[in-house]
Design a protein around this ligand. Structure first.
Ligand code: SF4
Length: 278
């Protein structure tokens, strides 16, 4: 690879951010659409089936017309994998900010980002510490956009459970879904972070939402079945489909701690990964 200037790096990241957001906002990932289609095929409750039908029609229309899947276009959460040969400089975060501002104007996205205290809106979906950027080492230079809507984020929860009560993890996750009810626009996907520290558990839960949802291990399947037995149903109107999938990520933790975070994702589980082209 030729030597890249800061300006080229910033431009490449900006372009990738804009591209990833444009895909994520208008096209749901295939695994999510397939899970919604499977739920539609198996759902017996007529109201739930009608809701799932409307969701699937909405997804098809968004794709056809290149328009956002939901009016809440979320806040931009960006994950970058950085190969060793690419310098980790301020140009990367600058590129993300620029790309988010460009995507906000061109897609367009609802300007959701405000100051937490004054509630002043930047109009660009950028602000202090926003967009959120996570950078980790990788073999390829990729950028993933995970726009996160408020309806599902607002009912996410974290708890520091008793380390001797590992069985409480399952109960806490199911109770979180029960308390959330119809507010996060079910059917939901539950990202669960177990272990680490208070902050790491929340990040693990968010990262779990990046995982494909077409396979679950027995623990994830057990929680998913428990949540579906709650009968909350699509958009909270009852039915067998409350949860499409549960994805769990873990990290080691202090012997005296058991942090557990549940990041709820609505049916509009938007995520898209693109290559950063230099
Ligand atoms: S929770 Fe999801 S589907 Fe519901 S309004 Fe927010 S972004 Fe849209």
């Amino acid at each position: 690879m030729h030597t890249v200037t800061e300006q080229q790096l910033c431009q490449a990241v900006s372009d990738a951010t804009k591209r990833a957001l444009a895909i994520a906002e208008t096209h749901l990932p295939d695994d999510v659409t397939a899970a919604l289609q499977a739920a539609y095929a198996s759902e017996k409750n007529p109201v739930a089936r009608a809701e799932l039908g409307a969701i699937l029609e909405n997804i098809a229309l968004a794709e056809e017309t290149n328009r956002p899947i939901c009016q809440d276009t979320g806040v931009p959460v960006i994950f970058i994998t950085l190969p060793r040969k690419i310098p980790l400089t301020a140009a990367i975060e600058e590129g993300v900010r620029d790309g988010v501002a460009r995507a906000t104007a061109s897609i367009p996205l609802r300007p959701n980002v405000v100051s937490p205290m004054t509630r002043a809106n930047s109009g660009t979906n950028c602000g202090e510490g926003m967009p959120i950027v996570h950078i980790s080492p990788g073999d390829t230079f990729t950028l993933t956009a995970l726009p996160k809507g408020a309806g599902s984020e607002n009912v996410s929860r974290i708890a520091m459970l008793l380390p001797s009560r590992v069985d409480d993890i399952r109960r806490f996750v199911v109770e979180t879904a029960l308390e959330a009810g119809g507010r996060p626009c079910p059917p939901v996907i539950l990202g669960v972070g177990i272990g680490g520290t208070f902050d790491r558990a929340a990040l693990l839960a968010k990262e779990a939402l990046l995982e494909p949802i077409n396979d679950m291990d027995p623990f994830e399947q057990q929680i998913c079945d428990d949540v579906n037995r709650l009968g909350i149903g699509p958009m909270g109107l009852g039915g067998a489909t409350t949860c499409l999938a549960v994805k769990v990520k873990q990290a080691g933790c202090h012997t005296a701690s058991l942090p557990v975070a549940v990041n709820i994702q609505c049916w509009a589980a938007r995520r898209a990964t693109v290559e950063v082209v230099l």
